[in-house]
Structure formats: C-alpha cells, structure tokens
Design a binder for this molecule. Structure first.
Ligand code: FES
Length: 193
C-alpha cells in the first residue's frame, strides 16, 4: 500500500518534530499559567499591603495629631485653642482637657467660640454649648462630640487619656508631656431631654 503524499507546499512533519511541537505548546501553556499565578500573587500582595497601611498619616485629620505640650495648653477656663485644619477646639476646663469636634451635631455647621458670652454658638440655628461642650440650648440633639486625647511623657509612656465613656482628661503634672489627639476616634456627645 502506498502512503498518501503531503499536500503540495506543506512540508511533511516527522514524528520527532510533532512531539517537539507538542512540547513547545505544553511549555508555552506552563509559562502562561505560571505568569498568571505570579500576577495574581503580586496583586494579592499589593492589596494586602494597601490594607495594612494606615489610612491616615500622622498630622492629618483622621489620624493622630500632636497638639503641643501640657505646658503649652490653654490655661483653665480661658479661650479654647482653635485647630482649624484638624477640626477641633482644645478646651481646658476645671475637670480637664477636651478636644471638641468642630462640627455642630444638629445639621453639621461649624460653630464658633464667643468670648463675650464664654460659650460656643452655632450660626446656623443657634445651638449653644458650654466651654466643655455640654449642650445649653437650641435644636441640637446632643452635646458636642469630642476626640480621644492621650498625654504621653518623653518616652511615649501614656500618663493620662480620655476615658472610654468620654469626658475630660486631667492634665498630669509634667509640662513637657505631649498632648496627642486621635482625630480618628470620636466620642459622641450626650443626648439630652
Ligand atoms: S447646624 Fe448647628 S444649630 Fe443647626
């Protein structure tokens, strides 16, 4: 019996050439598979790193902020210090220090301090608050919100901090201790009536 001739213009492949071709195809698929696996691993690694990174940097609103030292804090019962960019007022009351969130809990306006009346007043609908953020009058449903404060000594040891239920922090007797405000930890003001 005679073997069929290969079509004109097409070279006949020997069995070894055929297996070499199959091997190349297999190698190509292996490389493609390894490449996709590598890409997937890199993507997952990148996502993990992104999630592990802090969302806010030191000194930005939403992160930690150093508001000077205990010796630099406003004196008790004096005009609160305005940290406009970080959106809080630092108010030193007879009970301790408060970092009051600048946004009115009624409808979100920025309230301001009134030195003559010695209280905070919201320009939008007239809600008023004490020096320590307590609600006085107006349509606001609660007292002012405040941020967690941590007072640390030169070695980073925490000397005092806002209690978990919120409220003022008594200042330690160390003028060099630093006042750290966590603008990512907001405690809601107490609701009234
Ligand atoms: S937003 Fe402040 S009283 Fe309405």
């Amino acid at each position: 019996m005679t073997e069929a001739a290969a079509p004109a213009g097409q070279a006949e492949q020997s069995p070894s050439e055929e297996s070499e071709l199959k091997l190349n195809r297999r190698e190509f698929l292996n490389i493609a598979w390894l490449a996709s696996l590598g890409f997937l691993t890199l993507s997952l690694g990148g996502i993990t790193i992104l999630f592990a990174m802090p969302r806010f940097r030191e000194g930005e609103f939403g992160g930690m902020f150093t508001a000077g030292t205990v010796g630099q804090a406003p004196a008790v019962n004096t005009t609160p210090e305005n940290f406009a960019k970080l959106k809080f007022w630092l108010s030193n009351t007879p009970e301790g220090l408060m970092a009051l969130y600048k946004v009115c809990p009624h409808l979100g306006c920025l309230y301001s301090w009134n030195d003559q009346e010695f209280k905070f007043i919201c320009p939008c609908h007239g809600s008023q608050y004490e020096h320590n953020g307590d609600y006085i009058l107006g349509p606001a449903p609660r007292s002012l919100d405040h941020f967690v404060i941590r007072i640390e000594d030169e070695n980073g040891t925490v000397l005092a901090q806002t209690p978990t239920e919120g409220g003022p922090v008594a200042l330690p007797d160390n003028p060099n201790a630093v006042i750290r405000i966590d603008t990512g930890s907001r405690i809601l003001g107490e609701t009234h009536g």
